[in-house]
Ligand binder design. Sequence first.
Ligand SMILES: *Cc1c(COP(=O)(O)O)cnc(C)c1O
Length: 381
Amino acid sequence: MMIRLSKSVVGEREVIALSKVMAHGYLGMGAEVQLLEQKLQDYLGCSDRKVVCVNSGTAALHLALQALGVGAGDEVLVPAMTYVASFQAISATGATPVACDVHLENGLLDLKDAEKRLSSKTKALMFVHYASYCGDLQSVYDFAKQHKLRVVEDAAHAFGSVYRGKKIGSFGDVVCFSFDGIKNITCGEGGAIVSADSAVIHKVSNARLLGVHRETEKLSSAQCGCDFDVMEQGFRYHMSNLMAAIGVVQLDRFEKEFKSARRQLISYYYERLKNIQGVQLLQMDLDDIVPHIMPMRVLNGQRDRLGIYLKQHAVEVGVHYKASHLLSKYGHGSSQLPVAEQLSVELLTLPLHPELSRRDIDYIVGLVQILLCEECVMSEN
Ligand SMILES: *Cc1c(COP(=O)(O)O)cnc(C)c1O
């Protein structure tokens, strides 16, 4: 049997929650979505901030940017080392994603490089919590303030992580999460936008459902319920009660099971891999993160060989990521981002999910050791 790279961990409790929604007879957006939003808000512990749930992390990013007024003719700074969803969300608004280089040791946005790519069109910065870590997030906000940029945090990897003791999402400008099938918590698919900016919250709440203004809906229902208004571009990005019902259970399980499982597993990986020649672990404060993925750098051009070897031995692996500026739609490598390009050929992601065991990790690390040490021996001769 294959050791899986990632998986949804769902069971009886999620099934019961789904059955209840079905028995109730309304699967669309309603009370269950409101409940999840409330629970997320309580979890983040910030009464001044609101949570709006949508049907994907990509939708959350898209709506967040649109609510900030980002559109055609604007530029948004974004690290190249991210899922293409970050780039797609920016280009969906009509704006141009400007790929920035990252730090070799952790894959996070390099502000020195970002500074070089500022222009009069730069309107916002999308920060990506690569592999659940955020490094010196304060310096990102200082940079944004200095250059009068709004910040959207792509915290798709970082649900449950903290910065200086504060949960990601409990502070910051506009923070987006993903609850897709393999993220730290899942709704099947899903996402959320968190902000203290009431204008942003108002806009995304309307735009997620075709821009139909709630106020006008309420007003009209007080009269006859047959009139409403639409002022802005909207989408069908709302979350359904079915998705939210899964999310409510997952949030509870996150604290009780998933968080500690993920953290213990990554610590074990780090302990076992730290002295293996040819492997370079990313430098992160493991105490601050709830890890979504387990990427590592494979040196000396051995990444693909190791990836194939692991797959041959029933270990599923991944690459997070091929830098987005190398993709045809986003320039095909026309901008030079040396670190992101290096990471694109070095990074390999090992399996990580709450049902992985230490024995699985022993097996995986054993394979890594065998292949890379064979290599050391060969290079010594
Ligand atoms: C998963 C992910 C997204 C998009 O979230 P979806 O819910 O899959 O749309 C965006 N950015 C990053 C870095 C992700 O990993």
